[in-house]
Unconditional design. Structure first.
Lengths: 300, 315
């Protein structure tokens, strides 16, 4: 029996430069969606969006409005008042600023580190390359949450508890990012280009900045978006490493949800404020995020 | 061809010996930033967890370590709440992962049709993914309120009496799972969609010529073509479910996961031991147990997949 061949893949491996996906989906299956398809999707969109709408309703009402039957279903007049209350009670202002600093630094640093390392793994030959890549990919699936205890001991040793770098530096480690950039560059950076630059006598750094980075830019952008959202939304490590005197928005939300504030509409106002920045990014660049996720998934 | 190979001496620019050495070392300069951070903040904590789990370490004095051997582990096995949280992790894992992936598969199938406003639909179902665990949980905690929650109100409209989503074991686990399902279904749907689009169209044409119905096409073309993608999502969701933490923590805001620990997960149990009771060594032991659990689940997954595909290939 030659039944040992891998899964029943009867088709040739699909070639997949990034641009192809979109073209195929248009020319692809001819099946047109019927009414049922639209109905299913509209329900899915409503379910996805409703909690956002509800947050706005709750954040613009008073606590008394929230505690009545039937519940209020339309936005009310108290939005600004609740924003002010939550600024005062949970210091959401500082939290937003800190989150911006933390997520921004993590995004820049991660994209840079991962592009550098991804380039080396994709196009340079050096001793130990295979082993190092294997270690990186191998740890990709291990949740960093499992390392928080030693990490906390390390941060305590360095006296970094409650300082932003305690969240930023560990946040820069992205094995997924290295793998993502490697895959991107393997496919989109032709060897000949680098060789030609070499022949012309360009230095290694020069090649990186003037050839690799321009070509890697779409991949860097996708990785940057995913990294920013993940950093903004990261929960476990920030609540361990920071306190409410130096909070990120997630730390502030944990405080809000911890029974410290009892006014539901104030809590919802905080939730709304903390979510607005990512929603903004998502609204502007949602398409690219969708692209980044599907790319990462197909490649990963 | 790689760079070292192209470093052949050429008449235009003859590299000096310093340059040649640099050329051999420079790859390491590229990976150095990542690997130094990775070693310090990624690899070291993971490995050191096993070591810490053999010591008594208190949160207030993390520098003092006292050898305890396997005591942390025996204490763990003797704690009924460990077993409760292990069971809860499993049931919430099943309750959240199975509906999530099944619905994602259905959504992906629908999204794969030719549709007007395709980009809008794709982006809209990904919205929940953009919210943080904390924000989503706080909103859902509201919606699941016993007295004034919108969900109980909606149930009341169709004649179902209010459910106590906080104290009931099954009810609270369904509520917590709902948050997970809401956040991740769209994400998984997009991943399935990407997988579906890499299945060659000819296969469907051939199936159609053989007179296969749409359902049979789905079962015999789409599902086999998606197998690697499905395995990927199952593994990722399993890992996610094993370390579930933010949802049960913020659902009511207590580290014990409900009055009788009815929805405390292993992740939350670890946090409670470490940052609620200050036993870092004990928490490390729980982390290590979680790690082994993930290894076992991923291993079991791989085993099942392999057996399954072998059976199919033998047919």
């Amino acid at each position: 029996m030659t039944a040992l061949t891998d899964p029943p893949v009867t088709h040739p491996a699909p070639e997949r430069p990034a641009a192809r996906g979109r073209r195929r989906s248009q020319a692809g299956r001819t099946m047109r969606g019927g009414k049922l398809a639209y109905a299913v999707l509209i329900v899915a969109v409503l379910v996805s969006a409703f909690p956002f709408y509800w947050t706005i309703v709750a954040a613009s009402r008073s606590n008394a409005d929230m505690a009545q039957v039937p519940p209020a279903l339309l936005p009310g007049p108290n939005l600004m008042q609740n924003f002010e209350a939550v600024m005062e009670e949970a210091d959401i202002g500082t939290a937003l600023l800190n989150s911006l600093i933390v997520s921004g630094s993590i995004t820049l640093g991660t994209v840079l580190c991962c592009t550098l390392a991804g380039f080396a793994f994709a196009k340079l030959r050096f001793r130990g390359r295979g082993a190092l890549l294997a270690v990186t990919v191998g740890t990709m699936m291990i949740p960093p949450q499992l390392g928080v205890i030693p990490l906390f001991m390390l941060i305590a040793e360095l006296q970094w508890v409650n300082q932003l770098q305690a969240v930023i530096l560990p946040g820069l480690v992205s094995a997924f990012g290295v793998f993502f950039m490697r895959q991107f560059l393997v496919q989109s950076l032709p060897d000949e280009l680098i060789e030609a630059a070499r022949v012309d006598g360009a230095s290694s750094a020069r090649i990186f900045w003037s050839i690799v980075v321009p070509i890697a830019r779409p991949g860097m952008a996708a990785l940057g978006l995913l990294t920013f959202m993940a950093a903004w939304n990261d929960f476990f490590w920030p609540i361990v490493a920071l306190t409410s005197s130096e909070p990120t928005v997630q730390v502030a939300l944990r405080q809000l949800g911890g029974g410290y504030v009892n006014d539901q509409s104030v809590i919802m106002a905080g939730t709304l404020l903390s979510t607005l920045p990512v929603l903004l990014v998502f609204g502007l660049l949602g398409r690219q995020i969708v692209g980044g996720i599907t790319q990462g998934a197909v490649k990963g | 061809m790689t760079l070292t190979a192209s470093a052949r001496p050429n008449p235009a620019s003859r590299p000096s010996s310093i340059r040649r050495v640099w050329r051999q070392l420079s790859p390491y300069a590229y990976i150095a930033p990542f690997f130094s951070l990775f070693a310090a903040f990624g690899l070291f904590p993971l490995i050191y967890t096993a070591y810490v789990s053999l010591y008594r370490v208190e949160l207030q004095t993390p520098g003092d370590m006292e050898w305890r051997g396997l005591d942390n582990y025996t204490a763990l096995l003797a704690d009924e709440f460990f077993w409760t949280s292990l069971r809860n992790t499993f049931t919430i894992g099943v309750l959240s992962t199975v509906p999530q992936l099944v619905m994602a598969l259905g959504l992906a199938h629908v999204l794969n049709y030719k549709l007007r406003g395709r980009t809008f639909f794709r982006t809209a179902i990904l919205l929940p993914y953009a919210t943080s665990v904390a924000a989503a949980t706080l909103v859902f905690a509201q919606l699941f309120g016993r007295d004034f929650g919108l969900i109980n109100y909606g149930l009341g409209l169709v004649g179902i009496s209010p459910v106590d989503w906080q104290t009931g074991t099954v009810a609270s686990q369904i509520a917590v799972s709902t948050i997970v399902i809401w956040r991740w279904t769209g994400y998984n749907a997009l991943i399935y969609l990407a997988g579906m689009q890499s299945i060659p169209h000819e296969l469907y044409e051939a199936a159609e010529m053989d007179g296969a119905s749409r359902w049979r096409q789905f079962v015999h073309v789409t599902l086999p073509g998606l197998r690697p993608t499905i395995v990927f999502t199952v593994i990722v969701s399993t890992i996610g479910a094993t370390q579930l933490f933010g949802e049960p923590l913020l659902f009511e805001g207590s580290v014990s996961g409900g009055i009788s620990h009815q929805y405390q997960t292993l992740g939350l149990y670890m946090y409670e031991q470490g940052w609620g009771f200050f036993h870092l060594g004990r928490a490390a032991a729980i982390a290590w147990v979680m790690f082994l659990l993930i290894l076992a689940l991923v291993g079991a997954n791989a085993l099942i997949t392999r057996r399954h595909s072998r059976k199919e290939a033998g047919r």
